[in-house]
Design a protein around this ligand. Structure first.
Ligand code: GDP
Length: 480
C-alpha cells in the first residue's frame, strides 16, 4: 500500500512539482522517487479534488471479504427503516407510535428496551426493523464508517410547518445514499395542517409524491393520535417488495454495530444488526477493532434469545471493548482469527492516525515557521466551548496574549460542537480551531483532516492560554 510521488502524479495526470508542493503543505518533504503510504497519498488525492478508490482494502487483504451468496439460498428479510426529518416534526413520536403496532408485544410481555433499534411484527407476520435513533446525523455517520444498513427512509414532515432546513438536508442525505423515501405527512390532527402545501414544497426540492404523479409514496399521519400508522407500514412493505430485500440466513453473520456502550455490570454492550446470516450465542465476532465470543443475545425487550436472523436488532454481550457505532461486524471461525483481524485493524488505525497527524501538524508548523520568520503578524482562533462563559473567558484570556509582533485574533467564540461550517471558516481564515469540552462532528473531523485544519481539544483554560502563548512566541511544540 505504497506509491511513489512520481507515480501518484502520473495517475492523477498532475505535474510532479504540484504533488511535491501539496505534500510540503502537509509537512511532508518528498522527492519524486520517494515512496509514500496510502493514507498520505489519499490526502494528496483529496487535495487535488479527486476521489480515492483503494484497491487494497484492509479486510480484503485479510481475506474476510463478504462471501457471495447463491441466489437459491436467499430468503426474504425484513426492511430496515430510518426516520428522518426536521426537529419537532414528530420523528420520535412516530417511532414510539409505530413501536406499539407490534402484535407480539402483548404475549411476550417484556418491557421495551432502548437498544438503538427495534422490530415490529405485523398481523401478517411480516416484520419491519426500525433504527430508533432519529435524524440524519446517525444515518450519515454510520455511512461514513462503512455501514449502510438503511433500506428505506421515512421522511417526517409536519403538516402545519412544511418543508424546513433539516427536511431538505434529510432529502439530500437519502438521495446521496440512494435510499428510497416514504413521506409521512405528520400532525394531520392539527387545525393548521396543510398537506398540499407540504406536497408542493417537496416538489420544489425534487421529491415528487405519488398524488402529484411521482414515485415517492406519501402517507398522512398523526403520530400523536396514532392515525395512519398501518398506512406507513403498508408503504414500507410495498417499498421492501420493490427492493426485493433478501439475505441468506444459513451462513455466519455479517452486519453493523448500531449502538454501543460500556455497562457497569455487563461490560461492553453492542447493539448489532445482521445484514447477512444468522448470529448465534457462542459465535466469535469481530466488530471494528474489538472482538469476543457472544456470551448472550438480547432482543429489544431485553429477552435472551439464542439466534438472530437477518435484520433482527440484538444486543450482544462478550466483546473485549466497546466498538464504534457504525462499524461493520463479522463472525469468524475462531479466537485466533478474531485476534489477528482485531490487531491488524488496530495497527491500520494507528498508522492512519499518525499519517493524519503528520498532515495536520503541517499547518501548525507552517504557521509557526512564518511567525518565527516574522512573516505572520497574527494568529486567528475560532473557539467553540460547552458553555458561553468558558467561550468568553478563553477569548478574553487569549486576546491578552497579543504582543507587538504577533496579535491574537478571536474570530468567533461560541457554544456547541464543531461543525463543518466552523472548519470551513477556519480554513478560509487560516485559523486554529479550539474545542473546549466539546467534540467535532464526524463530518467536521473528516473535513478538517482533508483541509489540513487543526482542531485542538482542551478541557482546562490555562492550557489553552499556554499553547497560544507558546505559539505567538514562535515556540510551540504541537502535542496531542
Ligand atoms: P422530533 O424532534 O422530530 O423527534 O419530534 P417529537 O416526536 O419530539 O415531537 C415534537 C412535538 O410535536 C412533541 O410535542 C409532540 O408531542 C408533537 N407531535 C408529534 N407528532 C404529533 C402529531 O401527530 N400531532 C400533534 N398535534 N403533535 C405531534
Amino acid at each position: 500500500e505504497t506509491i511513489t510521488v512520481g507515480e501518484l502524479a502520473n495517475r492523477m495526470a498532475a505535474r510532479q512539482g504540484e504533488v511535491i508542493k501539496a505534500l510540503m503543505k502537509m509537512g511532508v518533504m518528498a522527492t519524486a522517487a520517494q515512496i509514500i503510504d496510502a493514507d498520505t497519498a489519499e490526502l494528496v488525492v483529496n487535495e487535488f479534488g479527486h476521489r480515492v478508490k483503494r484497491v487494497a482494502d484492509s479486510d480484503v487483504e485479510l481475506g474476510i471479504e463478504g462471501v457471495e451468496d447463491r441466489p437459491e439460498d436467499l430468503k426474504a428479510r425484513p426492511p430496515v427503516v430510518t426516520v428522518m426529518g426536521h426537529v419537532d416534526h414528530g420523528k420520535t413520536s412516530l417511532l414510539d407510535a409505530l413501536r406499539t403496532t407490534d402484535v407480539t408485544s402483548g404475549e411476550a410481555g417484556g418491557i421495551t428496551q432502548h437498544i438503538g433499534a427495534y422490530q415490529v411484527t405485523l398481523p401478517s407476520k411480516q416484520k419491519v426493523t426500525f433504527i430508533d435513533t432519529p435524524g440524519h446525523e446517525a444515518f450519515t455517520s454510520m455511512r461514513a464508517r462503512g455501514a449502510s444498513v438503511t433500506d428505506v427512509v421515512v421522511l417526517v414532515v409536519a403538516a402545519d410547518d412544511g418543508v424546513m432546513p433539516q427536511t431538505i438536508e434529510a432529502i439530500k442525505h437519502a438521495q446521496a445514499a440512494e435510499v428510497p423515501m416514504i413521506v409521512a405527512i405528520n400532525k394531520m390532527d392539527k387545525p393548521g395542517a396543510n398537506p398540499d402545501r407540504v406536497r408542493s414544497e417537496l416538489l420544489t426540492h425534487g421529491v415528487v409524491v405519488e398524488s402529484m404523479g411521482g414515485e415517492t409514496q406519501e402517507v398522512e399521519v398523526s403520530a400523536l393520535k396514532k392515525q395512519g400508522l398501518d398506512k406507513v407500514l403498508e408503504a414500507i412493505l410495498l417499498q421492501a417488495e420493490i427492493l426485493d430485500l433478501k439475505a441468506n440466513p444459513n451462513r455466519p453473520a455479517e452486519g453493523a454495530v448500531i449502538e454501543s456502550r460500556l455497562d457497569r455490570g455487563r461490560g461492553a454492550v453492542a447493539t448489532v444488526l445482521d445484514q447477512k446470516g444468522t448470529l448465534r450465542r457462542g459465535d466469535i465476532v469481530v466488530a471494528g477493532t474489538e472482538w469476543g465470543r457472544v456470551r448472550a443475545l438480547l432482543d429489544d425487550r431485553g429477552k435472551q434469545i439464542k439466534e438472530a436472523p437477518p435484520a433482527t436488532p440484538v444486543e450482544i454481550l462478550g466483546l473485549t471493548g466497546v466498538p464504534e457505532a457504525g462499524v461493520p461486524f463479522v463472525v469468524v471461525e475462531n479466537d485466533n482469527r478474531a485476534r489477528e483481524i482485531s490487531e491488524f485493524r488496530q495497527r491500520k488505525q494507528r498508522e492512519k492516525a499518525n499519517a493524519l497527524q503528520v498532515a495536520a501538524r503541517g499547518t501548525l508548523d507552517q504557521m509557526l515557521a512564518r511567525i518565527q520568520a516574522g512573516e505572520q503578524k497574527q494568529v486567528a482562533l475560532l473557539i467553540k466551548a460547552d458553555v458561553q462563559g468558558s467561550a468568553e473567558a478563553i477569548a478574553a484570556t487569549v486576546e491578552k496574549l497579543s504582543h507587538e509582533e504577533v496579535a491574537v485574533r478571536v474570530l468567533n467564540a461560541s457554544v456547541g460542537q464543531i461543525t463543518e461550517s466552523d472548519v470551513q471558516l477556519a480554513k478560509a481564515s487560516d485559523a486554529l480551531l479550539i474545542a473546549f469540552n466539546v467534540r467535532a462532528t464526524t463530518q467536521a473531523r473528516q473535513l478538517a483532516q482533508r483541509e489540513g485544519v487543526e482542531i485542538r481539544y482542551y478541557s482546562i483554560i490555562y492550557q489553552v492560554a499556554d499553547d497560544v502563548e507558546q505559539l505567538v512566541r514562535g515556540k510551540i511544540a504541537p502535542k496531542h
